[in-house]
Design a protein around this ligand. Structure first.
Ligand SMILES: *[C@@H]1O[C@H](CO)[C@@H](O)[C@H](O)[C@H]1NC(C)=O
Ligand SMILES: *[C@@H]1O[C@H](CO)[C@@H](O)[C@H](O)[C@H]1NC(C)=O
Ligand SMILES: *[C@@H]1O[C@H](CO)[C@@H](O)[C@H](O)[C@H]1NC(C)=O
Ligand SMILES: *[C@@H]1O[C@H](CO)[C@@H](O)[C@H](O)[C@H]1NC(C)=O
Ligand SMILES: *[C@@H]1O[C@H](CO)[C@@H](O)[C@H](O)[C@H]1NC(C)=O
Ligand SMILES: *[C@@H]1O[C@H](CO)[C@@H](O)[C@H](O)[C@H]1NC(C)=O
Length: 411
């Protein structure tokens, strides 16, 4: 294990182009730094619309599993302002590919921005893969190969390799799919549902626990930075400031197909209800917190904010910032305070979303459908920048804990 870890570190240091991230050498559970990329502007659309488009695709799973067999993949490629990526080694010796972290999809694929060079560990599966994302597509072939993720060396991992006509997610080389295994159903011309990286790492005895943890720092500048951490096989020990509260994955469809759980949301000291206890998901591929339209309307009224046509976000004059009260997310019988500072888009990045300097923009958006449809919220990464989240695939569960950033004044 140690020898292969050193190989990866040396390789990462010797590849001069593309500035590969340094891989943290750690004991199990493994810890991987997440690189953050922030776009200078959203020339392709408004943030809220992009998130809603992804929500539509996630909701389309409600149309039934048969649709998946028609090779329509349920999750949109992210196209938000911020993207988190992980350096993954593929082959023997490993070649580094920078992949988008995605808990909303489960196929790991490469080749959108760099070529796949077959090595001694590469085996062609003969499977053809074709997936339509909400924005863009992936087309290619399935291979089995060795994946090196931090000090984890996963053998015979099924990966997709682009045939050259796949959409690059945020300019990256592909996706590290960390979602539930079932999302790999129907993505190829074979009936086999291929195991995820987490599944294989577990079955190959590489992990102490069948779980992943995600830690994001709040985004405060648009300079590229190592700004988060993925742990596999356990949970992070530093920066997590409360015990982890664990709830089972919800049985409500379609949230049940993803990292889905139940929550309710209230606003302010009076505890006025924004969203009653209902099912939704946590998703690293969504930027905002999206709520069912009726809940969003309650939030709009509670904050007194108005819809800004330019950004598609709720907006308040900057001087009204102090009037915002905390949201309280109730998950697993505990109340998780989401402060006023957490509810605003980082002011230093207002121009990146087409906003102005004299306003604050709220990061709670409208999912576009009424509550009661099985996907009544999506807690995107603005939520995960304030809370540590854990996804366990065996006895599926979702975990949440406070971090050093829960109450931070970063925005
Ligand atoms: C936004 O990005 C596009 C494409 O990169 C560029 O053409 C445009 O000038 C940018 N707009 C602003 C306001 O920076
Ligand atoms: C694959 O090989 C080509 C040609 O040597 C090289 O340019 C490319 O960077 C290699 N791909 C990776 C991911 O290292
Ligand atoms: C990749 O596969 C898709 C779907 O089969 C096909 O439409 C496309 O032409 C292929 N692209 C290349 C470059 O081979
Ligand atoms: C895509 O590939 C180019 C050429 O190898 C490289 O310069 C660039 O950094 C890559 N993009 C990302 C996001 O890794
Ligand atoms: C999948 O498609 C490939 C290429 O057309 C073919 O060789 C292979 O036999 C197909 N596999 C199945 C299980 O149909
Ligand atoms: C989760 O919420 C749904 C409504 O969306 C409800 O039917 C279900 O009973 C709830 N489950 C739990 C465990 O509270």
């Amino acid at each position: 294990m140690l020898a292969s870890t050193l190989t990866v570190v040396c390789l990462a240091l010797s590849v001069a182009s593309a500035a590969p991230p340094t891989i943290v050498v750690d004991k199990l559970p493994i810890s991987l730094p997440l690189a953050r990329r922030v776009k200078s502007n959203l020339s392709f659309g408004r943030l809220a619309d992009i998130d809603r488009a992804r929500a539509r695709v996630i909701q389309s799973k409600g149309l039934g599993h048969a649709q998946k067999r028609g090779s329509t993949f349920p999750v949109a490629l992210t196209n938000g302002v911020v993207a988190y990526s992980v350096a993954v080694g593929v082959g023997t010796p490993p070649a580094i590919h920078n992949l988008l972290l995605d808990t909303g999809s489960s196929l790991t694929w490469i080749g959108a921005n760099s070529s796949y060079n077959r090595t001694s560990s590469s085996v062609d599966s003969g499977q053809q893969l074709a997936m339509e994302y909400g924005s863009g597509s992936f087309n290619g072939e399935g291979y089995f190969d060795t994946l090196t993720i931090g000090n984890l060396v996963v053998n015979d991992q099924f990966i997709g390799v682009s045939n050259g006509s796949s959409t690059s997610p945020d300019g990256l080389d592909g996706i590290l799919g960390l979602g539930p295994t079932d999302l790999n159903e129907g993505i190829s011309n074979s009936s086999t549902v291929e195991p995820t990286v987490t599944d294989n790492a577990w079955s190959q005895g590489l992990l102490d626990k069948y779980e992943i943890g995600i830690f994001f720092h709040p985004t405060t500048s648009d300079s590229g930075a190592m700004d988060g951490e993925l742990t596999m096989g356990g949970v992070r020990r530093t920066g997590v400031t409360s015990p982890i509260t664990t709830v089972p994955i919800t049985s409500t469809f379609p949230a049940s197909e993803f990292v889905g759980f139940n929550q309710s949301v209230t606003y302010g000291a009076s505890g006025s209800t924004i969203l009653s206890n209902t099912a939704g998901i946590a998703d690293t591929g969504t930027t905002l917190i999206l709520l069912a339209t009726d809940a969003f309307d309650h939030y709009t009224t509670a904050t007194g904010a108005t819809m800004d046509p330019a950004t598609g976000l709720l907006k308040l004059p900057a001087v009204k910032y102090d009037s915002i009260q905390s949201l309280f997310f109730k998950i697993g019988g505990k109340s998780w305070e989401f402060t006023k500072n957490a509810q605003i888009w980082p002011r230093s990045l207002n121009s990146n979303i087409g906003g102005d300097a004299d306003s604050v923009y709220l990061i709670v958006g409208d999912i576009g459908t009424p509550s009661g449809e099985g996907l009544d919220f999506i807690n995107g990464y603005v939520f995960m920048q304030r809370f540590y989240t854990v996804y366990t695939s065996k006895a599926p569960s979702f975990g949440i804990a406070k971090t050093a950033f829960t109450y931070a004044e970063t925005n």
